[in-house]
Design a protein around this ligand. Sequence first.
Ligand SMILES: [Zn+2]
Length: 185
Amino acid sequence: MRILVWKWKDGDWHPEQLTGLFRIGCAAALMSIDPVRADAIAVVVVAEAGSNIVGVRGSLLPAGISALRDRDKIDLIGETYWVSAECSPREEIYDPLRHGSDVRCFMTKARLRAGEPITVCVGTATAPCGTVYRQRAWADLLTRPGFRCPNCSYDPRAELWKPPVPLERPLPFSQALRAMQEARQ
Ligand SMILES: [Zn+2]
Protein backbone atom coordinates (compact mmCIF):
# COMPACT_ATOMS: atom_id res chain seq x y z
CA MET A 1 0.00 0.00 0.00
CA ARG A 2 1.42 3.36 -1.03
CA ILE A 3 0.69 6.39 1.11
CA LEU A 4 0.38 9.59 -0.87
CA VAL A 5 0.76 13.19 0.26
CA TRP A 6 -1.17 15.61 -1.93
CA LYS A 7 -0.03 19.16 -2.50
CA TRP A 8 -1.88 21.84 -4.49
CA LYS A 9 0.33 23.31 -7.22
CA ASP A 10 -0.40 25.07 -10.52
CA GLY A 11 -4.13 24.54 -10.24
CA ASP A 12 -4.12 20.82 -9.52
CA TRP A 13 -3.38 18.28 -6.79
CA HIS A 14 -0.02 16.50 -7.10
CA PRO A 15 0.65 13.27 -5.20
CA GLU A 16 3.99 12.34 -3.75
CA GLN A 17 4.67 9.00 -2.12
CA LEU A 18 5.24 9.30 1.61
CA THR A 19 8.38 7.43 2.59
CA GLY A 20 10.01 8.42 5.84
CA LEU A 21 9.62 12.09 6.64
CA PHE A 22 7.78 14.83 4.72
CA ARG A 23 8.18 18.29 6.18
CA ILE A 24 5.22 20.63 6.27
CA GLY A 25 6.30 24.06 7.41
CA CYS A 26 9.26 24.25 9.79
CA ALA A 27 7.63 22.84 12.90
CA ALA A 28 5.74 19.79 11.66
CA ALA A 29 6.27 16.72 9.49
CA LEU A 30 4.27 13.83 8.12
CA MET A 31 5.76 10.37 8.68
CA SER A 32 5.04 6.98 7.21
CA ILE A 33 4.26 4.10 9.57
CA ASP A 34 4.46 0.35 9.23
CA PRO A 35 2.16 -1.46 9.38
CA VAL A 36 -0.65 0.74 8.14
CA ARG A 37 -3.93 0.23 10.02
CA ALA A 38 -7.46 1.26 9.19
CA ASP A 39 -7.32 4.04 11.79
CA ALA A 40 -3.77 5.22 10.98
CA ILE A 41 -2.08 5.32 7.59
CA ALA A 42 0.56 7.87 8.67
CA VAL A 43 1.30 10.23 11.53
CA VAL A 44 1.88 13.95 11.83
CA VAL A 45 4.66 14.99 14.20
CA VAL A 46 4.27 18.50 15.59
CA ALA A 47 7.21 20.21 17.34
CA GLU A 48 6.67 22.43 20.36
CA ALA A 49 6.91 25.51 18.09
CA GLY A 50 4.15 24.11 15.86
CA SER A 51 1.67 23.53 18.65
CA ASN A 52 -1.85 24.72 17.75
CA ILE A 53 -1.08 25.79 14.19
CA VAL A 54 -1.61 22.47 12.40
CA GLY A 55 -5.23 21.49 11.86
CA VAL A 56 -6.52 18.00 11.11
CA ARG A 57 -10.22 17.16 10.74
CA GLY A 58 -11.10 20.59 12.06
CA SER A 59 -9.04 20.52 15.27
CA LEU A 60 -5.74 22.21 16.03
CA LEU A 61 -3.09 19.71 17.11
CA PRO A 62 -0.95 19.98 20.23
CA ALA A 63 2.79 19.24 20.02
CA GLY A 64 3.44 15.51 19.70
CA ILE A 65 2.38 12.69 17.41
CA SER A 66 -1.13 12.34 16.00
CA ALA A 67 -2.50 9.61 13.75
CA LEU A 68 -3.69 10.40 10.22
CA ARG A 69 -6.44 8.42 8.53
CA ASP A 70 -7.05 7.79 4.85
CA ARG A 71 -8.19 11.01 3.12
CA ASP A 72 -7.33 13.29 6.02
CA LYS A 73 -6.81 16.98 5.31
CA ILE A 74 -3.95 18.78 7.02
CA ASP A 75 -4.19 22.55 7.29
CA LEU A 76 -1.24 24.71 8.00
CA ILE A 77 -1.17 28.48 7.75
CA GLY A 78 -1.75 29.23 4.07
CA GLU A 79 -1.24 25.63 2.97
CA THR A 80 -3.30 22.48 2.75
CA TYR A 81 -2.15 18.90 2.33
CA TRP A 82 -4.08 15.65 2.14
CA VAL A 83 -2.96 12.09 2.79
CA SER A 84 -4.46 9.02 1.18
CA ALA A 85 -3.74 5.32 0.81
CA GLU A 86 -3.37 3.93 -2.67
CA CYS A 87 -4.12 0.25 -2.85
CA SER A 88 -2.72 -1.06 -6.14
CA PRO A 89 -2.32 -4.85 -6.22
CA ARG A 90 1.30 -6.00 -6.29
CA GLU A 91 2.67 -8.11 -9.12
CA GLU A 92 5.18 -10.56 -7.71
CA ILE A 93 6.87 -13.88 -8.40
CA TYR A 94 5.68 -16.67 -6.14
CA ASP A 95 8.39 -17.63 -3.67
CA PRO A 96 7.43 -20.30 -1.11
CA LEU A 97 9.92 -18.84 1.37
CA ARG A 98 8.21 -15.47 1.23
CA HIS A 99 4.58 -16.25 0.47
CA GLY A 100 4.24 -19.58 2.29
CA SER A 101 4.87 -23.12 1.09
CA ASP A 102 1.38 -24.32 0.21
CA VAL A 103 -0.44 -21.39 -1.37
CA ARG A 104 -3.27 -21.74 -3.86
CA CYS A 105 -4.65 -19.21 -6.30
CA PHE A 106 -7.74 -17.75 -4.62
CA MET A 107 -9.72 -18.03 -7.85
CA THR A 108 -8.56 -21.18 -9.65
CA LYS A 109 -7.64 -23.03 -6.41
CA ALA A 110 -4.56 -24.34 -8.23
CA ARG A 111 -1.47 -24.84 -6.07
CA LEU A 112 1.18 -22.27 -6.99
CA ARG A 113 4.59 -23.29 -8.29
CA ALA A 114 7.77 -21.45 -7.34
CA GLY A 115 8.59 -18.81 -9.94
CA GLU A 116 4.98 -18.38 -11.10
CA PRO A 117 3.81 -14.76 -11.63
CA ILE A 118 1.20 -13.83 -9.04
CA THR A 119 -0.91 -10.81 -8.15
CA VAL A 120 -1.30 -9.98 -4.48
CA CYS A 121 -4.35 -7.92 -3.55
CA VAL A 122 -3.22 -5.46 -0.87
CA GLY A 123 -6.79 -4.54 0.08
CA THR A 124 -7.96 -1.13 1.13
CA ALA A 125 -7.10 1.21 3.99
CA THR A 126 -10.02 -0.17 5.97
CA ALA A 127 -9.65 -3.82 4.89
CA PRO A 128 -6.07 -5.00 4.38
CA CYS A 129 -6.11 -8.13 2.21
CA GLY A 130 -3.10 -10.18 1.03
CA THR A 131 -5.07 -12.62 -1.13
CA VAL A 132 -2.91 -14.27 -3.81
CA TYR A 133 -4.03 -14.83 -7.39
CA ARG A 134 -2.25 -16.30 -10.38
CA GLN A 135 -1.49 -13.29 -12.56
CA ARG A 136 -3.45 -14.78 -15.46
CA ALA A 137 -6.47 -15.45 -13.24
CA TRP A 138 -6.39 -11.84 -11.97
CA ALA A 139 -6.20 -10.56 -15.58
CA ASP A 140 -9.25 -12.72 -16.46
CA LEU A 141 -11.15 -11.40 -13.44
CA LEU A 142 -10.48 -7.82 -14.52
CA THR A 143 -12.48 -8.47 -17.70
CA ARG A 144 -15.57 -9.39 -15.66
CA PRO A 145 -17.84 -6.38 -15.20
CA GLY A 146 -18.13 -5.29 -11.59
CA PHE A 147 -15.39 -7.61 -10.34
CA ARG A 148 -14.15 -6.88 -6.83
CA CYS A 149 -11.73 -8.94 -4.74
CA PRO A 150 -14.08 -11.40 -3.01
CA ASN A 151 -11.98 -11.25 0.15
CA CYS A 152 -11.82 -7.47 0.73
CA SER A 153 -14.16 -5.88 -1.87
CA TYR A 154 -11.28 -3.91 -3.43
CA ASP A 155 -12.41 -2.52 -6.77
CA PRO A 156 -9.45 -2.65 -9.20
CA ARG A 157 -11.22 -0.30 -11.63
CA ALA A 158 -11.81 2.44 -9.09
CA GLU A 159 -9.99 5.60 -10.08
CA LEU A 160 -7.25 6.93 -7.86
CA TRP A 161 -8.83 9.14 -5.24
CA LYS A 162 -7.97 12.82 -5.47
CA PRO A 163 -8.68 15.57 -2.93
CA PRO A 164 -11.50 17.98 -3.74
CA VAL A 165 -10.61 21.19 -5.56
CA PRO A 166 -10.12 23.96 -2.97
CA LEU A 167 -12.71 26.68 -2.73
CA GLU A 168 -11.71 30.04 -4.17
CA ARG A 169 -12.77 31.79 -1.02
CA PRO A 170 -10.67 30.81 2.00
CA LEU A 171 -12.43 28.45 4.38
CA PRO A 172 -13.41 29.88 7.73
CA PHE A 173 -10.90 27.47 9.28
CA SER A 174 -7.93 28.80 7.32
CA GLN A 175 -9.07 32.34 8.07
CA ALA A 176 -8.95 31.45 11.73
CA LEU A 177 -5.43 30.05 11.32
CA ARG A 178 -4.28 33.19 9.55
CA ALA A 179 -5.77 35.40 12.24
CA MET A 180 -3.89 33.37 14.84
CA GLN A 181 -0.64 33.78 12.95
CA GLU A 182 -1.13 37.55 12.72
CA ALA A 183 -1.88 37.73 16.42
CA ARG A 184 1.48 36.10 17.15
CA GLN A 185 3.50 38.54 15.07
ZN1 LIG B 1 -8.47 -8.27 -1.65
